[in-house]
Design a protein around this ligand. Structure first.
Ligand SMILES: *[C@@H]1O[C@H](CO)[C@@H](O)[C@H](O)[C@H]1NC(C)=O
Ligand SMILES: *[C@@H]1O[C@H](CO)[C@@H](O)[C@H](O)[C@H]1NC(C)=O
Ligand SMILES: [Mn+2]
Length: 383
């Protein structure tokens, strides 16, 4: 007896009165479309080519390439490889950075290779003759740090060992998405093989050159290799030059003299977070460029260099840091340096807010790092 339900009839009238005509789908999506399928014989006129918010996520909607494919399998060549390092068992405070690579990809959904011309520079890193791809994540064990780092070493070796797509230089460069900061050690071991000792520009609120005897190593040799000591170890292994620089430092040290003396011995100078108040972003750019002049450079960005207001989702947050704009201005200002590898690490999505503030920031940091690579192809030892 549906006729006796008057509200249902009323609803039907309302529904037809409110019928909405949407604009054509292709009209909205076209600028970010990949392959134009509007002429497809299956359903002509309907464009289903854009992958912006659809499909499996890759960093900046870049093509996924199975860079870790086994011997004999064909791998599409690339010049810049995005590589996830889901590892967080080397942290001293809040864990969770093993989900960082997934989170940063999520934060990068808005970035599209064909819609990325900067209003500041008119450049688009993805259209400058270098092929950038997402290699996915390295399978790393979460039960044994020694094994995990060996797995990461091996992945870097394989991925940087393939021949680049561009003809100018042969070695592809890697942008690692961390993962806790321990993962940078594997990246530096890999860059050493292709470029020798490099200067490190280390954006962080912490030194990360701690002597393993001071941080963890008193417990066991194994414990001494962690996200606060990896730069000390990189120095010990002869991977980095004594022309390296920290930027954004503000966290306390464990003693009056030793940590800072040890830091100097590891080859670093320090630009502190509050130096920005005195010399500004232009001063930072000048000092960083001056310090690494004439050498190959690795940039490591610990997202905790930002103030927790801009990057709450990290393991060892320190207040009194920079804004996202300040960091991006400094990074973009480094254009022209010979960047041979880079990373953005310590992103632990679980501590982010619903607006994904940290993930958006980390995705844009990676974008700036890719731009620096696109701006300056670099010759390797074997070129
Ligand atoms: C990759 O290499 C091929 C062959 O040299 C070239 O045609 C193509 O433009 C390159 N891709 C990119 C994105 O540069
Ligand atoms: C830096 O390293 C170079 C070359 O290895 C060396 O000649 C120089 O003495 C070192 N400088 C300092 C301050 O340690
Ligand atoms: Mn760090």
């Amino acid at each position: 007896m549906s006729n006796s339900i008057p509200w249902l009839a009323a609803l039907a009238v309302t529904a037809s009165a409110r019928e909405i005509t949407f604009p054509p789908v292709s009209g909205i999506q076209h600028p970010m479309a990949g392959v134009d399928m509007s002429a497809s014989p299956i359903n002509p006129g309907l464009d289903i080519s854009s992958a912006m918010y659809a499909g499996l996520s890759t960093y900046a909607n870049l093509p996924y390439v199975h860079c870790l494919a086994g011997e004999g399998e064909e791998v599409e060549p690339y010049d810049i490889a995005i590589l996830g390092a889901p590892f967080d068992t080397g942290v001293t405070a809040r864990p969770g950075a093993r989900f960082g690579p997934k989170g940063i990809r999520q934060g990068s959904t808005r970035i599209s290779p064909d819609f990325s011309y900067s209003v500041y520079t008119r450049k688009n890193a993805f259209q400058q003759g270098l092929r950038a791809v997402d290699c996915g994540d390295v399978p790393l064990t979460f039960l044994d740090n020694t094994i995990a780092l060996k797995q990461l070493d091996k992945a870097h070796k394989i991925i940087s060992g393939r021949t680049a797509n561009a003809t100018a230089y042969t070695v592809p460069r890697i942008v690692t998405l961390g993962g806790d900061h321990t993962t940078t050690l594997s990246a530096l071991r890999s860059t050493y093989n292709h470029w020798g000792e490099v200067s490190v520009i280390h954006f962080d609120s912490h030194l990360d050159t701690w002597d393993p005897d001071v941080l963890g190593g008193g417990l066991s040799h194994y414990a001494g290799i962690n996200h606060g000591t990896f730069l000390h170890i990189a120095h010990e292994e002869g991977l980095i030059r004594n022309t390296s620089m920290h930027a954004g430092i503000r966290a306390p040290v464990s003693n009056k003299k030793y940590d800072l003396k040890n830091d100097k011995a590891c080859g670093f100078h320090i630009l502190k977070a509050r130096d920005l108040d005195k010399i500004g972003t232009a001063g930072f750019i000048e000092k960083l460029k001056e310090r690494v002049q004439g050498s190959k450079v690795y940039i490591s960005v610990d997202i905790d260099v930002l103030d927790p207001a801009f990057a709450p989702a990290t393991g060892t947050a320190e207040v009194g840091g920079w804004t996202t704009r300040e960091l991006l201005t400094i990074l973009d200002g480094l254009t022209g340096i010979e960047l041979i590898g880079a990373d953005v690490v310590e992103v632990a999505p679980i501590y982010d807010n619903p607006g994904e503030t940290t993930l958006l920031a980390a995705a844009e940091v990676a974008h700036s790092l890719i731009q620096l690579m696109a701006d300056k192809p670099v010759k390797s030892l074997k070129d």
